[in-house]
Design a protein around this ligand. Structure first.
Ligand code: NDP
Length: 432
């Protein structure tokens, strides 16, 4: 069996339950937000009366219009990824010693996408409210389409891997769930994970945030300040993501997690449905916060997004300059850590132990979670479901911090131990 962080029984149980429960959860979330006023109690009452048959009744069939919307959006994003110009960027050295090369055209793709979407609306060619009206069918089509996509990735990993950063662990479920290839490509240039994670998943977040705003405008003839704060914060976050997209190619999602159900299905389905859900909730629940409170929340949210960005920037600048940069105005303190690649080569990496990275080993997750809180809190506290993403994100990032610590411990050995002695806390300084 492949090396896993948790015990084999926990690993299998969590993989199988995520495979089984994530798809219906996406439908239940949408149904509760859009048709049950965001009330979990109302949805529970519905299932109490209708049982499992109720789920089949509410599960929208993937309609032709849903497939058309997904296909046009996906094809447009793929074309932008391939055709827009961008700087050549090298990713980090892979475990097998390869260095993937990317074209950094994310910011251009982001602005072209939003300008096109708003242009289509402005000139009356396509009304984004249609996307909201067919959201259930779109999520349903995404659920099934992405499952097929993950099966194709699994087959590709077996028959036509793009590089030697691939291979089977000998277990079909683990191979399907965690993926076969680290950097699958179509041809030499079309990187599949850049497409699924960035250009389809993260881009859909911005597109849907705008969609929800427009839908509320269509319903009420105006946009509430709560919706405005939510949309602006989500857009600032996604803009930051694309601004820093080449940095994202150095993170765990791209450099360590293989292309399987966990990452690809997650980005194709979970990001558009769950990550955008606070905005989905606000469409039918406009709250007027008043200018002062709205501005406070907006400023707090922007500050958290900035700190999260600055943590990532600090680490990458430190690595890029080989430690020859200033961190919070001083020369950085560091550990020179050596490790061995799977092909037996010895390499060194620098670990930053000052700045944000001296506060805790994964301090950057704190502002990430707080940003999500600030774009949800405009919904106030009538329904807990609006906070589902914040709760999910907290669990995800605490688990991720453990996964990353375990991976780094096995990669760097005594150097990682030294880092843990110097920087004692995992996420929250002084607490955890
Ligand atoms: P990163 O991959 O950016 O950072 C962890 C990696 O950095 C480690 O695997 C290690 O890799 C290297 N590293 C660890 N400690 C140090 C150090 N002290 N100095 C230098 N390098 C170090 O983390 P994430 O991918 O988790 O996060 C990236 C961004 O994405 C964050 O902003 C995070 O908040 C966000 N995020 C958002 C999620 C969401 O769903 N909204 C989910 C996950 C992340 P190496 O092998 O190179 O040494």
């Amino acid at each position: 069996m492949a090396e896993t962080v948790h015990s084999p029984i926990v690993t299998y149980a969590s993989m199988l339950s995520l495979l089984a429960f994530c798809p219906p959860f996406v439908i239940l979330l949408w149904y509760t937000m859009v048709h049950q006023d965001g009330s979990v109690t109302q949805t529970f009452g519905f299932f109490w009366e209708n049982g499992v048959q109720g789920l089949l009744n509410i599960w929208p069939r993937p309609t032709l219009i849903a497939w058309k919307i997904i296909f046009c959006y996906g094809a447009f994003e793929a074309a932008l990824q391939l055709l827009l110009p961008g700087k050549r960027v090298e990713g980090p050295i892979s475990p097998a010693g390869n260095r993937p090369v990317y074209k950094a055209n994310g910011v251009a793709a982001y602005f072209v996408t939003l300008a096109t979407y708003l242009g289509l609306w402005w000139f009356g060619i396509f009304n984004p409210a249609i996307v909201y009206d067919h959201l259930g069918e779109i999520f349903s089509a995404l659920i099934f389409g992405s499952l097929i996509f993950c099966v194709l990735l699994y087959i590709k990993g077996h028959v036509a891997p793009s590089s030697n950063d691939s291979g089977s662990c000998g277990n079909l479920i683990i191979d399907f769930y965690w993926g076969m290839e680290l950097y699958p490509r179509i041809g030499k240039n079309f990187d599949i994970k850049v497409f699924t994670n960035c250009r389809f998943g993260m881009m859909s977040w911005a597109v849907l945030a705008v969609t929800y705003c427009i839908k509320q405008y269509e319903i009420n003839g105006k946009v509430s300040d709560s919706m405005l704060v939510n949309t602006i914060l989500m857009l600032v976050y996604v803009t930051k993501f694309f601004w820093w997209e080449a940095g994202y190619w150095n993170t765990m999602d791209i450099a360590h997690d293989r292309a399987g159900f966990y990452i690809c299905w997650g980005c194709l389905v979970w990001v558009p449905s769950v990550y955008t859900s606070p905005g989905m909730y606000l469409v039918n629940h406009p709250v007027e916060l008043g200018t002062q409170l709205a501005i406070y929340i907006l400023v707090a949210g922007i500050l958290c997004i900035y700190i999260n960005y600055d943590c990532d920037r600090q680490r990458q600048e430190f690595r890029r300059t080989n430690g020859k940069c200033l961190v919070w105005g001083r020369a950085p303190s560091k550990i020179v850590a050596s490790y061995t690649t799977t092909s037996g080569e010895t390499k060194t990496s620098l670990l930053l132990t000052s700045g944000w990275w001296g506060l805790a080993r994964h301090f950057h997750y704190v502002p990430e979670i707080l940003s999500a809180f600030f774009w949800t809190v405009p919904a106030l506290f009538d329904n807990f479901l609006a906070y589902f993403y914040v709760i999910f994100l907290t669990i995800l990032l605490f688990d991720r911090a453990k996964r990353d610590d375990d991976r780094c411990r096995s990669k760097y050995g005594k150097y990682w131990k030294l880092y843990c002695e110097k920087v004692k806390y995992r996420i929250i300084p002084g607490i955890y």
